[in-house]
Design a protein around this ligand. Structure first.
Ligand SMILES: [Zn+2]
Length: 308
């Protein structure tokens, strides 16, 4: 992971923070889609965004497909990302992922399955003005870098699946367990071994090495995201079911444990299906400026390709 990529996401976050602060200072507030629109292109050239014309107004909401791509190895990691925001209601922090009685969350999961990637949220937690009531969990300096990086925080839908009916519980999970976007790519942050509950039952040397050894590029991003859900799985009470299952398409790890924990499906399959040996054809179409197939362009607001 390069320092240039960390800088690119730093520019995105910096721009998002300034916008949220400007709007809050004027008493106008802000919405997720606008924060994305004014900031995402600041990551160029390392972070490239393609936006589609929305054929059905409102149908695709704020969902973007992100692909982390290593051009040398062609390995890549994809994820579907829905933008959400931190809010306040009667003095408590909230994140509402339960729109339309949970239908929006179900739609996100179905779209993620269609693309064979994990479902994620990018939560905007505000600029300096909005988050001034949030305690610092880092170095206790006002306006510390750790707090500022939290302005764009990444968390998987699986991690907050069980709490979707409670925006307060969801916000607590987001504030405690999300990963600041920049921390996904910060070369200074050490890679930790993932001591998953199913580790003993995994016989594939490649998958064991992925979990236990340091990784690079798309594998490293996928591992940092997987580590968070694996940690959550390890503290839940249900017993592991380690029988293997197979992932379709071109996965780097075709056979993974079937264990579901308290998630809707195997969490290994849900996350590692996004880690592929080759990018899907629509990514090559975008890179070569060919038109994007309608079945892709109709389902998401855009595609973000990140070269790692
Ligand atoms: Zn802090």
């Amino acid at each position: 992971m390069t320092a240039a990529l960390l800088d690119a996401f730093g520019r995105v976050r910096d721009t998002a923070e300034q916008y949220m602060d400007e709007r809050d200072r004027a008493g106008l507030g802000w919405v997720e889609e606008s924060v994305t629109d004014i900031s995402i292109h600041k990551g160029l050239p390392d972070v490239r965004v393609t936006q589609f014309n929305r054929r059905e107004e409102g149908a695709v909401g704020a969902d973007y497909l992100w692909w982390w791509l290593d051009e040398d190895t062609t390995e890549c990691f994809g994820m579907l990302v829905q933008a959400k925001r931190l809010n306040q209601a009667t003095g408590r922090w909230t994140v509402d992922i339960g729109h339309r009685g949970g239908k929006q969350l179900g739609d996100l999961r179905r779209t993620a399955r269609y693309y064979e990637v994990p479902a994620m949220f990018a939560v905007y937690t505000g600029g300096l003005i909005f988050r001034r009531g949030l305690p610092c969990l880092h170095d206790k300096e006002p306006n510390c870098l750790g707090c500022r990086r939290m302005a764009i925080s990444i968390i998987s839908a699986y991690q907050i699946w069980a709490s979707w009916e409670s925006p307060v519980d969801t916000a607590t999970m987001v504030l405690n367990d999300s990963i600041p976007l920049e921390n996904l790519v910060d070369p200074a942050l050490p890679a930790e071994a993932v001591r998953d509950l199913n580790l003993r039952a995994i016989t594939s040397p490649e998958l064991r090495s992925f979990l236990l050894q340091g990784q690079r590029g798309p594998r490293e991003v996928a591992k940092r995201i997987f580590a968070a859900v694996s940690r959550q799985r390890s503290i839940s009470f249900s017993a592991a079911i380690a029988e293997p299952m197979t992932i379709a398409s071109e996965p780097i790890f075709p056979v993974v444990p079937r264990d579901t924990g308290h998630y809707p499906n195997s969490y290994f399959e849900h996350f590692l299906r996004g880690l592929r040996t080759n990018p899907p054809s629509y990514i090559r179409d975008i890179q070569q400026n060919r038109p994007t197939a309608p079945e892709i362009a109709d389902r998401v607001a855009g595609v973000v390709v990140i070269t790692v």
